[in-house]
Write a protein that binds this ligand. Sequence first.
Ligand SMILES: Cc1cc2nc3c(=O)[nH]c(=O)nc-3n(C[C@H](O)[C@H](O)[C@H](O)COP(=O)(O)OP(=O)(O)OC[C@H]3O[C@@H](n4cnc5c(N)ncnc54)[C@H](O)[C@@H]3O)c2cc1C
Length: 234
Amino acid sequence: MAEQTQPGTVLSATDLTPHVRQLVIKPKTTKIAFQPGQWLSLQLPVGPKPPLNRAYSMADPSSPYGELTLVFDLVPGGLGSTYLSQLKSGDAITLSGPYGRFTLPQSLDRELILIGRYTGLVPMRCLLKQIFFEKLHTPVLLIAVAPHEEEVLFHQEWLTMAVQEPSFRYLPIVAGQNETHAVEKTLAMLSPLLADQPKVAPMLCGTKAFVRPLRSYFMEQGYDRKEVKVETYD
Ligand SMILES: Cc1cc2nc3c(=O)[nH]c(=O)nc-3n(C[C@H](O)[C@H](O)[C@H](O)COP(=O)(O)OP(=O)(O)OC[C@H]3O[C@@H](n4cnc5c(N)ncnc54)[C@H](O)[C@@H]3O)c2cc1C
């Protein structure tokens, strides 16, 4: 079945870091109701056979006005992100959605561990806002992995959240560009935290090279595949 696309307008375009940009988009036809953790598909007028479909997770929960916040990194030579990075306020964009199942587990009876690398932190931001807005009282540990000190996403917001929300712990890691190294650094921090503890509810997001070894680690620790929620970007 063909997906239902609709036109939208870019309301704002803002640089968050030297290589990460935020777009706020307003769908023109129908308001999009979504769960935090879900994503939109953008149909972009580029590439050898346009439209080029690219997925972007929602960075903010639903707003009463229907605007949608997306955050993306500029991939060197990447067709989709290069096109998006030159959009400005007032430009048109075609979109569809929402899609995806990277949403909060139905029962929040365990500590939630959110681990994202770089823009893999975008859905985590949306999920955390939901958790604290709805006062879900779940203990949450966020491990936020960045490729570079200048590219730590949402750092100030999470520091503030950690001060305001006693159930929230925030561990940033600057791990460099290499994803294998990022996995090693993440595991070095994670393993002692999980040792001899009851099971947690892990949610992992980023590229496959980052997410898959971490999922394997949880499964080696006795987790069922279904107990580890993942979203991969490539
Ligand atoms: C469900 C889902 C949600 C997504 N949400 C986001 C989001 O919120 N923010 C976001 O920046 N991207 C997100 N992506 C990735 C996005 O759809 C594009 O793949 C990304 O912007 C690269 O597209 P491109 O055409 O510029 O690069 P392409 O030419 O398609 O090159 C992709 C290559 O760039 C590398 N790369 C570097 N950064 C990324 C990245 N962020 N995603 C994918 N590949 C990357 C990978 O090695 C990959 O092989 C999501 C993908 C999926 C499937």
